[in-house]
Design a protein around this ligand. Structure first.
Ligand code: FES
Length: 295
């Protein structure tokens, strides 16, 4: 079984996962659970897996999926995806017992400061798949978690039954059919003082709006940056320590080719130059991204 080190320090492996459960949880959106103890053992929230999707045309299609949940005790991981083409159509047709070739864990995870007690998650649409695992990790560590979720309408709202009971779940819909009438970003001001750190995943305009808010947060609320009270040490941009001290981290969504840093097909512009979403990301501190050029 091929293995190699990942940027997060775990061992990347290429092996099969066995499909245990598959369900269409929203129109065109599927949740699948796989038995893959070799993967769950080292995976962290924010990382992803690259799968060879089933396709009967003979094409080899690989797709990246965030870990939706990671269960180390049961040796299981789940992915949440929308059917968008042949690869994901093939995935949705799979039945329990079938095997899927998976490469992972890949990419860098969310970094939570050890002092953080209140974790704010912000998700737009399928972006909930990018932060869902962090809700589980944060609760396990004894933190409080609030999830702000935005969708176009009630029919696309992530079911609360798929979240741990302890998560405070607040919904916004563009058409007002459920929860707050408006964008999910409009819910943020009510939580920015409560949250020690925030973690977001969703469409680029939503992430840019959250990043703009985060950039002005310290001055507006008169709060010190985590770890900088009394002249704390500055860590290099992009380092684990610097990310751990960022109030906002974002998980960037990008098309991927190789998913291991070789093809440059997933580059986004950062404030420090081009960044590979599959290697330097998919999680970044918000101030690492040049938002005016984001996809
Ligand atoms: S997908 Fe190839 S470098 Fe990121």
């Amino acid at each position: 079984m091929p293995t190699s080190a990942t940027p997060a320090g775990g061992r990347m492996q290429l092996q099969d996962g066995e499909l245990l459960d598959t369900a269409e949880i929203l129109p065109g959106q599927w949740l699948q659970t796989y038995r893959a103890p070799w993967l769950s053992a080292g995976a962290r929230a924010g990382q992803f897996v690259h799968v060879r999707t089933p396709d009967w045309s003979g094409l080899v299609l690989r797709r990246p999926f965030s870990f939706n949940t990671i269960d180390r005790i049961r040796g299981e991981v789940s992915i949440h995806f929308r059917v968008t083409g042949k690869g994901t159509e093939g995935l949705a047709r799979m039945r329990p017992g079938e095997l899927l070739e998976m490469l992972g864990p890949l990419g860098r995870p969310f970094e939570v400061d050890p002092r953080t007690r209140h974790v704010l998650l912000v998700a737009g649409g399928l972006g909930v798949a990018g932060v869902r695992a962090l809700a589980g990790e944060a609760l396990e560590a004894g933190r409080r978690v609030a999830l702000l979720f935005g969708a176009a309408s009630a029919t696309e709202v992530y079911p609360s039954s798929l979240l741990p009971d302890e998560v405070e779940y607040v919904v916004a819909t563009d058409d007002g059919s459920l929860g707050h009438h408006g964008f999910v970003t409009e819910l943020l001001p009510d939580y920015e003082r409560w949250a020690d750190q925030a973690f977001a995943c969703g469409p680029a305009p939503m992430l840019a709006a959250v990043a703009r808010l985060a950039a002005g947060r310290d001055a507006r609320l008169g709060v010190a940056r985590l770890g900088r009270k009394g002249g704390g040490r500055a860590f290099p941009q992009g380092s684990t320590q610097a990310r751990r001290r960022a109030w906002l981290q974002v998980s960037m969504e990008q098309n991927m080719g190789c998913a291991v840093g070789a093809c440059l097909g997933c580059v986004v512009m950062g404030t420090d130059g081009p960044q590979r979403v599959c290697r330097e990301g998919p999680v970044f501190a918000a101030d690492e991204i040049a938002w005016d050029t984001a996809p």
